[in-house]
Design a protein around this ligand. Structure first.
Ligand SMILES: [Zn+2]
Length: 178
């Protein structure tokens, strides 16, 4: 938990460093418990909702200051997010909202999600989504200018490196990543 929060706050580290690593091999089986939250994996689409409830069209970016984010799962449920969830910033990008997504999140007792990872699904395969500046070699999870050179960060999708989280491999994640 602490590791993920640190990664989100920094926003500048490679996605692979934000994956659960040490100490999770026995418990990374789809559902985990941490206090009153449980870890869930949900597929569906992200939405930006204006205060009126109107959905911002998928063709345009939305502003993090003026919308609430919602996640509509393929099985028909709507989820909201904890207010300070930094990873939701990528939902302002219309390209992210146009994709089918698989989110890994902590679901709190009030039902709200706290994102751990957001991946896109294309052709049955998972892709990591991130933003990148090749001049500064900086990776971030939110669109916008590079914090170093101020050039617009480039939107990237790369085949996810780790196994699909819903396909338990007996907790061998750590071995694979060495
Ligand atoms: Zn840069």
């Amino acid at each position: 938990m602490k590791r993920w929060i640190k990664c989100v706050v920094l926003g500048l580290v490679l996605p692979v460093t934000c994956l659960p690593a040490a100490g999770t091999s026995a418990s990374f089986l789809g559902i985990r418990q941490a206090g009153n939250a449980k870890q869930v994996i949900i597929t569906g689409r992200a939405m930006c909702l204006e205060p009126s409830g109107r959905q911002v069209p998928d063709e345009v970016d939305c502003s993090i200051e003026s919308v609430k984010f919602s996640f509509h799962s393929n099985d028909g449920h709507n989820y909201s997010f904890v207010p300070d969830d930094a990873l939701t910033a990528m939902f302002t990008d219309h390209r992210v909202r146009q994709r089918e997504l698989q989110v890994t999140a902590w679901q709190h007792q009030n039902g709200q999600l706290e994102l751990v990872a957001v991946r896109s699904i294309k052709g049955g395969k998972l892709y990591d989504i991130y933003y990148y500046c090749d001049i500064c070699n900086i990776t971030a999870y939110a669109p916008g200018p590079c914090p170093c050179c101020r050039r617009e960060l480039e939107f990237k999708e790369a085949p996810a490196q780790e196994f699909r989280a819903d396909e338990s491999n007996g907790g061998r994640l750590d071995e694979r990543r060495r």
